[in-house]
Design a protein around this ligand. Structure first.
Ligand code: DGL
Length: 277
C-alpha cells in the first residue's frame, strides 16, 4: 500500500482575519506545518453572495490541496457559513475524497453555552454570516435553551482591513453596532466575536458590555478543537507534516500583506504572491 505524502495544515481566510486563528493554532500545536492563504485581492467576503463566497472559497481550498495540504481549516466565519457544507458534501468526494475541510463555527457553537449564566448570547458577525443563520441553527443543536441575538457589523472588517480600527473614527461604528445588539436584550452576558477579524476591536467592543460579561474570540477554541480532532483522527494526523514551518500566501500585494499582517499575527512575516487565474 502506498504511504500518503505528508503535508501542511492549510488555513484559509478572505484576508488577514484568519491570522488571529493561525496564531493560536501555532501556539497550541507548534509541531505541525501550516500554509496560510489570504484572499486579500477579493476581500472582504462579508457582503458577497452565497455563490460568490462558495466559488472563491472552493478555488482557494483546491489551491491549498494542490500544495499538499491534506486538511484545510476555513478560518473565516463567512466562508464557513456559506461554503463549508457544500464543499464537504458535494466537492470533497469528487476532488479529494481523503482530504478534509473544517470550519470555525461548529467548534465555537459547541462551547458557547458553557460561558453564559443568563442564557442570552450575542453574536457579532458579518452580514453574510448573520443572514446564513448558521449560529442560531448550530447553537440550537448543542444548547437548545439558549436565546441567541445576532448583530451584523458590516463596516468593521473594512475598518480593520484599512488599519483604522485603533483610531477614534472606529469608536463611532463600534458604538453603533453595540447599541443595536444591546437594544435586542439587556440580559446578554456572553458575546461571541463570530468574525476572525473582530479580535482587533476587542477592547473597544468590551466598553459596551455590562461588567462581568464574557467576550469570546475563536482562536483558542478552534485550536483546542483541532487538537481534539487530530487526536480522534489518527489517519489524518499522520498525514500532517511536522517541521514547525509556516508559509504565508496572499492573492494580493505581498508588500501590503507583510506590512499589515503583524497586527493580526503578532509578529513580522514574509508572504508569497498567489496569482489568481
Ligand atoms: N474574517 C471573515 C469572517 O470571519 C470575514 C471577513 C470578510 O468579510 O471577508 O467572517
Amino acid at each position: 500500500m502506498a504511504i500518503a505524502q505528508r503535508g501542511p495544515i492549510g488555513v484559509f481566510d478572505s484576508g488577514y482575519g484568519g491570522l488571529t486563528v493561525l496564531k493560536e493554532l501555532a501556539n497550541r500545536l507548534p509541531q505541525y506545518d501550516y500554509t496560510y492563504l489570504g484572499d486579500n485581492a477579493r476581500a472582504p467576503y462579508g457582503n458577497r453572495s452565497f455563490d460568490t463566497v462558495y466559488r472563491y472559497t472552493l478555488q482557494c481550498v483546491e489551491w491549498l490541496f494542490g500544495l499538499g495540504c491534506p486538511l484545510v481549516i476555513l478560518a473565516c466565519n463567512t466562508a464557513s457559513a456559506k461554503a463549508l457544507r457544500t464543499i464537504q458534501q458535494n466537492d470533497l468526494p469528487r476532488i479529494a475524497p481523503d482530504n478534509r475541510v473544517l470550519g470555525v463555527i461548529r467548534p465555537t457553537t459547541e462551547m458557547v453555552g458553557n460561558y453564559t449564566h443568563t442564557g442570552n448570547v450575542g453574536i457579532l458577525a458579518t452580514r453574510g454570516t448573520v443572514l446564513s443563520e448558521s449560529y442560531p441553527i448550530e447553537i440550537a443543536k448543542f444548547f437548545p435553551e439558549l436565546r441567541v441575538y445576532q448583530q451584523a457589523c458590516p463596516l468593521w472588517v473594512p475598518l480593520i482591513e484599512n488599519n483604522e480600527h485603533d483610531k477614534p473614527g472606529a469608536d463611532y461604528f463600534v458604538k453603533e453596532y453595540m447599541d443595536l445588539l444591546n437594544q435586542q436584550s439587556r440580559d446578554i452576558d456572553t458575546v461571541l466575536l463570530a468574525c476572525t477579524h473582530y479580535p482587533l476591536l476587542k477592547d473597544k467592543i468590551a466598553r459596551y458590555l455590562p461588567p462581568g460579561s464574557r467576550l469570546i474570540s475563536q482562536g483558542e477554541i478552534v485550536a483546542t478543537s483541532l487538537a481534539d480532532y487530530l487526536h480522534r483522527h489518527p489517519e489524518m494526523e499522520t498525514r500532517c507534516s511536522r517541521n514547525g514551518q509556516i508559509l504565508f500566501y496572499t492573492t494580493d500585494s505581498t508588500e501590503d500583506f507583510n506590512n499589515h499582517a503583524s497586527t493580526f499575527y503578532g509578529k513580522e512575516l514574509q508572504s508569497t504572491h498567489l496569482p489568481l487565474n
